[in-house]
Design a protein around this ligand. Structure first.
Ligand code: BYC
Length: 333
């Protein structure tokens, strides 16, 4: 006789939750593949936020005014916060945050390709806000409806902050475009360098995206990589016109029939190289993250020692209260 199969009704319940567009919560039963996919995506997302602090963080000490410094500081700090919400969401799935960090600094887990490009001028701060945060909004607003509750809820706040980030980038660029000839050239140069890597942020084309079909079926992803890339292009073209910059794609034009823009093909071999660790700044980004992690060891040790002390005190207080209660009972008897 075989043991009754308990997984089948649980699977049916899970499928029903997905079909009804309800949320899957951490204590609910879920297929192993669903859990693995979420941990993979959420961890990569968290790592991207944390590594993503570096390219712009380089400009905090060199921002051209106190106002710009304060804005940039706030933005980079928000990114640290996003990383923390996301690591917490991964923890609700049973992932261990220390293990995820180890995987990142040992190069065993990915983060977004976009953060492996250099930021040689201050215009890069503006273009990162405009393009990279703009792409993040296109990608993450649908994730607010992702089927896994903690991820979807984290995205609501993240998206509100990304929207501020995108506007600060665009406002910075508008200011520079009203400046000198040299400043306008700096903005155009940054646009030329960031355009194609920003399109690559959405991932490989649908035909080469091994995870999309299953993630869409599970409603983790709500749109394919190509759909979101198209949305980003359509959103960005009028903003570029208003700003007065040229997007570096000779094939970019409005397609009346489709009601969307046609655009050229990114160099997918470049995306594969950058993902594989061979981008312009991969080694530097990971080694700085590793150094920061090692330098922070004493903070983690101190926090753990403090938590242990607090727990021991609480346990001592509870034991004393129980002892008193027993003594009182003894006296009463
Ligand atoms: N870079 O089957 P696919 C931010 C990997 S930070 C690196 O399409 P999926 C910000 C992919 O992981 C926001 N790797 O995968 C922060 C997969 O590899 P594995 C970052 C990439 O998961 C600071 C393989 O290629 N956003 O906004 O269905 C300052 C095949 O791809 C990339 C997120 O993390 C890439 N670009 O779709 C400013 C959003 N693309 O894991 C701003 C959350 C693909 O099978 N993530 N790969 O070995 C997602 O939405 C999805 O994971 C992706 C990829 C659309 C990125």
């Amino acid at each position: 006789m075989t043991a009754p199969d308990t997984a089948e009704p649980l699977q049916r319940q899970f499928d029903d939750t997905i079909a009804r567009d309800h949320r899957v919560e951490p204590r609910d039963w879920m297929p192993d593949g669903y859990r693995r996919t979420l941990i993979r995506q959420i961890a990569q997302h968290a790592h991207s936020e944390i590594i993503g602090m570096q390219p712009e963080g380089d400009w905090i000490t060199r921002a051209p005014s106190l106002r710009r410094k304060a804005i940039l500081f706030a933005k980079v700090q928000d990114e640290a916060g996003h990383g923390l919400y996301l690591y917490s969401a991964a923890e609700t799935l049973g992932a261990d945050r220390a293990d995820l960090t180890e995987r990142l600094i040992e190069g065993r887990q990915k983060y977004s390709s976009i953060f492996n490009y250099p930021t040689p001028t201050y215009a890069d701060v503006g273009v990162i806000g405009w393009f990279v945060d703009g792409a993040a909004i296109c990608n993450q607003v649908p994730l607010c409806r992702s089927s896994f509750g903690p991820y979807a809820r984290a995205m609501v706040r993240v998206c509100k902050e990304e929207s501020f980030h995108q506007r600060q980038g665009y406002e910075l660029l508008l200011t520079m475009m009203r400046g000198t000839e040299g400043q306008r050239a700096m903005v155009q140069d940054a646009v030329d360098r960031w355009w194609w890597p920003s399109l690559m942020m959405f991932g490989p084309p649908d035909g080469d995206s091994p995870n999309s079909a299953q993630s869409m079926a599970w409603k983790i992803k709500r749109h394919t990589n190509d759909e979101l890339r198209q949305r980003f292009v359509d959103m960005t073209v009028p903003q570029a016109e208003r700003l007065g910059v040229r997007l570096p794609d000779p094939e970019l034009r409005w397609n009346e029939e489709r009601g969307r823009h046609d655009f050229g093909t990114p160099d997918w071999s470049e995306l594969q190289r950058v993902i594989a660790g061979d981008g312009p700044r991969n080694a530097e980004r990971v080694s700085r993250r590793r150094a920061a992690h090692e330098d922070g060891a004493w903070v983690r040790e101190a926090a753990s020692a403090y938590a242990a002390k607090q727990a021991a005190r609480a346990a001592g207080a509870a034991a004393a209260t129980q002892g008193q209660a027993q003594a009182q009972e003894g006296t009463a008897a």
